[in-house]
Write a protein that binds this ligand. Structure first.
Ligand SMILES: [Zn+2]
Length: 380
């Protein structure tokens, strides 16, 4: 009803529900007979605002170049800037919409979308506007994030303080005022932003009423406890994390979002230690990290498969991490992430007979249809 779940139960129960009885004539029935229905996936970490794939980086990495070497040679995040800065908003929004549709075809109904390949005030705001334009043409739900602090752009090299100032005094206030973003994200790591800069940006976000999240521990360990006073919704990547910080996270509201697609695509031997987090009772979410440099996949089932095979998560843990924990990571769990009366009608329907087949058949898409806020989108 109005894109919400009215009742949950067996067919017999549903037929007895007074609301359903009354509105029977106006109901579209979907026969998922023999299939698996899950809550729509919540992909809580994506970078969809870019123009071109990064095929040169791809080949260089195959030849043995590291993340830092590729960045130093002019590849990496900085090489996506030119395309985004020059692109028209409508061209960006068309790219984003295509990605959202591809995601839905793989079972995703809620997407967090970050800016972060413009890195000027103008192009970051343009990126957020493009996200908003794409979201308005897609029946699913988009949560947008300002990632002005992705890397320090070339023109500010050696003057990162000046760039942080532009993020805090221009990007954040304007994004907040125009309601273009719910979150502010920072890439806090070597080669990106320092702990002090991250604190500065978080403080500016809070001052303007925006929530915070961060890329943490991808390349090196950063102590997390000093950020907890900003109540971050999630710390993402978490390849490197300290035991004391894990204890702190287990007590708080911050989700650890793992993005094994990046480890896979970078050809890494090591993956985030999901077991250590889960066994310490830290809430763990899974996301695609869809982006042109390190994780060009729209597939949550692929992220789940990697979680099972490389991070020793059970298929059931992978489902929870890809749905309700993703919703917690975006602070939308009151209406997303599970199939319960009153929540949004977001479902993914799979043509398999057991949910464990979803991560099992890796590289194949078994999502037959998706329901996004009550709107049915069938594959093909
Ligand atoms: Zn990312």
């Amino acid at each position: 009803m109005g894109g919400k779940i009215v009742s949950v139960g067996t067919t017999k129960d549903a037929l007895r529900d007074p609301w359903l009885k009354k509105h029977r004539r106006n109901i579209t029935e979907i026969d998922c007979g023999g299939g698996v229905v899950l809550p729509g996936f919540v992909d809580s970490h994506t970078h969809p605002v870019f123009v071109d794939p990064r095929l040169v980086d791809f080949e260089k990495r195959i030849e043995g170049a590291s993340y830092e070497q590729i960045a130093a040679a002019g590849g990496g995040i900085r090489s996506s800037l030119e395309g985004v800065r020059q692109a028209k908003k409508s061209a960006l929004s068309a790219k984003i919409l295509t990605a959202l549709q591809d995601m839905a075809a793989h079972g995703t109904t809620t997407v967090e979308a970050k800016s972060g390949y413009g890195l000027t005030v103008e192009s970051e705001l343009k990126s957020l506007e493009a996200i908003r334009a794409a979201a308005s043409r897609w029946p699913g739900t988009v949560v947008s994030t300002l990632l002005g602090a992705h890397v320090v752009p070339k023109e500010f090299q050696g003057r990162s303080q000046k760039y942080v100032e532009a993020v805090c005094k221009e990007m954040i206030p304007q994004a907040a005022k125009r309601r273009l973003a719910q979150f502010v994200d920072v890439f806090c790591d070597k080669g990106a932003f320092t702990v002090e800069e991250t604190e500065h940006i978080f403080a500016a976000a809070k001052e303007h009423g925006l929530s915070v999240r961060a890329h943490m521990g991808q390349l090196s360990e950063t102590r997390l406890s000093r950020f907890l006073r900003f109540d971050p919704a999630s710390f993402d990547h978490m390849d490197h994390v300290n035991d004391d910080d894990i204890l702190q996270l287990a007590k708080g509201n911050t989700v650890a979002t793992l993005v094994p697609g990046a480890n896979y695509f970078l050809g890494m031997k090591d993956y985030p230690n999901a077991r250590r987090l889960i066994d310490a009772r830290v809430p763990v979410a899974l996301a695609t990290d869809y982006n042109p440099g390190t994780s060009p996949t729209v597939s949550m089932p692929m992220a789940m498969s990697l979680a099972c095979t490389h991070m020793k998560m059970s298929p059931a843990e992978a489902v929870a991490a890809a749905t309700v924990n993703g919703a917690w990571a975006l602070r939308v769990a009151d209406h997303k992430g599970s199939i319960e009366p009153g929540k949004d009608a977001d479902f993914a329907i799979f043509d398999v007979s057991d949910y464990r087949e979803i991560p099992y058949w890796f590289g194949a898409n078994h999502c037959a249809a998706t329901v996004l806020n009550g709107v049915i989108s069938a594959r093909n």
